[in-house]
Design a protein around this ligand. Structure first.
Ligand code: GDP
Ligand code: MN
Length: 667
């Protein structure tokens, strides 16, 4: 979530940073005498940068001017946003404008400073003047004071406030642009942009969190419900490629209950112009029977419900089939059929859709000089994955933990025990349950752990596992705060522990064992290795390849969160070094630079054929999408840019999942 400037400044103020004196005024507020002398500056409170150039910022020097300009700004729409308030501040006497930000770098999995002595501009357009310093660098303040030519002590104070602000509030980005040097030589945070980690909502009640808004209207005729951001994006890409238009984007995530499902169907039905809804589910952690109950309830509860075309696969499909058959509701065999049927009842669209071939125009990923994200010695990592070692399950007594423990046992995994604090002494599926990882390991000498504990407790669960000597962690949990994952990543690296996930389905080696939730019946032993950021797309792809007679050596979901354990590059290295892998399939998403870094790595190190797909081609830029933690907008992070970059590096790219499935042959 992005904060408005005044909200951002209030957090900064709380952390002790110097901000201009000022106050917020809503349209209904009458302005009396200002609590500071003129000139003043009026600033439109819209979540958009570059307001200065767009008329959203005005300097005024009298009460009369203040009143007129304020009304003008209130009515000025900036890139589709009308301000709900203006910020009125005492104008600064500016000598120089600097740029300073502190942000989470998802790809390098660290916090870093970005600085430039040319502030006040769009930072992307002057990228070459930006200095990057990892957070925690001893002489960071000294380096930056030199760059800025400002007093080091004063800068150190500001940097301390920014650090507090970032870590105390779970910020992903804290950008001061400009950091002003006033004519009297003081440093003031004149503008602030803050992105807060939505996953950290549970520990911050000091923010004005917006109502979760799931349905993103896109103007087309076909409603879309899918589970998992990757699946939702892929479904949209496929609808687009068929010449139709999605009406919305909706990822129902994992474990959606009946009520939420009914609510979603109602909201999509109410979108203007919608003639049908495609429900495309490949259930992993979600259960098909839960979805079926939702559909049946919706039919009776929503009077004007549009026609549904439903495609259900995965966990508990047989239960869903039974429920739907009894209710007389038809299922479609695949997405392609759903789209064909939806097109038949959809109004012909006057506006031609542009064909979604990935653009050839290439934007380079901004590489980090000297900071290659691959380095680990992979022999040990491969060994950690391929050997069928003793495994524990943390969160074994929970809904998901219990269910998937049983599935893993059936798949041949050597699960020896489980952990649930407070439930020590119990037993589940014939396995003993302990209160702590330490106790479990003392009794069973396990080396790997699969984690199903809720997001709130996931960090401490992983740290506990590392502390107890676990060497491989597979974390299924979704919604873990980014700063928690940074700490887990640092601790894991320092202890030579491999973390897969979070927010991932884990991995399966068909015919041997699995750590996670990928259903074994959709797999078959073979020589194709699948590496994917999206859980549901992994199932979809594995299922399709298996049906085509192509077996899989390893199916590995690395998860879609911004800060993850194993990266594409690390997974590729495993596949390249694995003698049983003949070819590699890589499924990426919008957001981050992981796919671009992987493409660089493939050029330099991978000899095996690589097939690729990046989903999210049909998404508008500048939006965050569901559980993917994916933000389009940064350079090289859109699906089209990544696809183009990967094509350039010689990877066999497809534009849709269907195309990818068709392209892959046994090697
Ligand atoms: P943005 O354009 O949306 O990033 O908004 P900023 O708050 O960064 O303002 C844009 C520009 O307006 C700044 O770079 C300054 O040049 C100018 N500006 C903002 N506040 C003041 C102020 O208090 N005094 C003066 N003289 N200029 C200001
Ligand atoms: Mn600015």
């Amino acid at each position: 979530m992005q904060l408005l400037e005044y909200q951002a400044k209030s957090l900064l103020n709380g952390a002790g940073a110097v901000i201009p004196s000022g106050f917020v005024a809503r349209p209904k507020d009458t302005l009396g005498d200002l609590p500071f002398p003129f000139p003043a500056v009026i600033k439109s409170q819209v979540p958009i940068g570059g307001r200065g150039k767009l008329g959203g910022i005005k300097l005024v020097s009298s009460q009369e001017e203040l009143e007129t300009s304020r009304r003008e700004i209130e009515q000025l729409e900036i890139k589709g946003h009308l301000p709900s308030a203006v910020l009125i501040e005492q104008a600064l006497e500016i000598q120089r404008e600097l740029y300073l930000s502190l942000r989470v770098n998802r790809d390098l999995r660290r916090v870093e400073w970005l600085a430039s002595k040319d502030g006040g501009i769009e930072i992307e357009s002057h990228g070459e003047n930006v200095v990057v310093i990892p957070h925690g660098t001893e002489d960071a303040a000294e380096q930056l004071a030199k760059l800025f030519t400002v007093n080091q002590d004063e800068l150190t104070l500001i940097m301390g406030s920014l650090e507090r602000c970032l870590f105390d509030n779970d910020l992903l980005l804290l950008e001061i642009n400009p950091l002003v040097v006033t004519k009297t030589g003081d440093l003031v945070c004149a503008d602030a942009k803050i992105m807060v980690d939505d996953n950290a909502q549970f520990r911050h009640d000091n923010f004005d969190w917006p109502e979760p808004e799931n349905i993103k209207p896109l103007g087309g005729t076909i409603g879309v419900i899918a589970n998992g951001a990757g699946m939702a994006m892929s479904t949209m890409d496929t609808i687009f490629a068929a010449g139709a238009k999605p009406a919305n984007f909706l990822d129902i995530g994992g474990g959606t209950g009946e009520d939420v499902f009914v609510k979603n169907l109602r909201e999509i039905t109410q979108l203007p112009g919608v003639t049908s809804i495609i429900v495309n589910i490949f259930a992993g952690i979600t259960r098909c029977d839960d979805i079926a109950r939702g559909i049946i309830a919706a039919k009776s509860q929503i009077p004007n419900l549009v026609t549904l075309f439903i495609r259900l696969e995965g966990t508990n499909k047989h239960l869903a089939d039974e429920l739907l058959r009894e209710a007389g509701i038809e299922l479609q065999p695949d997405l392609r059929t759903c789209i064909k049927l939806a097109l038949e009842i959809s109004e012909p669209d006057a506006t031609p859709t542009k064909h979604l071939q990935p653009e050839r125009a290439l934007m380079h990923a901004q590489g980090e000089p000297g900071a290659k994200p691959w380095s680990a010695s992979m022999y040990t990592v491969s060994d950690k994955i391929f050997k069928n070692q003793p495994v524990i399950v943390q969160g074994i007594t929970g809904h998901h933990g219990a269910f998937h423990t049983e599935q893993m046992l059936k798949a041949g995994t050597n699960i020896v025990a489980g952990v649930t604090p407070g439930k020590g002494g119990a037993s589940i599926h014939g396995l003993p349950v302990y209160n702590s990882v330490k106790e479990t390991i003392d009794a069973h000498s396990a080396t790997a752990s699969v984690i199903f504990v809720p997001a709130k407790f996931a960090k401490s669960a992983m740290l506990e596992a590392i502390d107890a000597g676990i060497k491989l962690i597979v974390c299924i949990t979704e919604g873990i705060p980014v700063h928690d994952m940074l700490i887990v990543h640092q601790t894991a690296s320092a202890n030579n522990v491999t973390v897969i996930g979070p927010n991932c389905p884990g991995f399966i080696i068909p015919g041997s064992h699995k750590l996670g939730i990928i259903a074994s019946h959709i797999t078959a032993p073979g020589h194709t290795t699948i590496i994917s950021r999206s859980g549901t797309l992994t199932y979809e792809l594995a299922d399709a390849l298996t049906k085509k007679g192509i077996g899989e050596r390893l199916i590995l979901g690395i998860g879609g969160d911004p800060v993850q354990g194993m990266t594409f590059v690390e997974a590729l290295e495993i596949a390249e070094n694995d003698p049983e892998t003949n070819q590699i399939v890589m499924v990426g998403e919008i957001g981050g630079e992981g796919e671009n870094l992987a493409a660089d790595y493939i050029t330099e190190h991978v000899t095996k054929p690589v097939y690729g797909l990046v989903v999210g081609n049909s998404l508008p830029a500048g939006q965050t999408f569901g559980h993917a933690g994916a933000i389009v907008g940064s350079r090289g992070e859109s699906a089209a840019e990544k696809t183009a970059y990967m094509l350039e590096k010689g990877i066999k790219m497809s534009a849709t999942l269907d195309e990818l499935i068709e392209a892959i042959h046994d090697n």
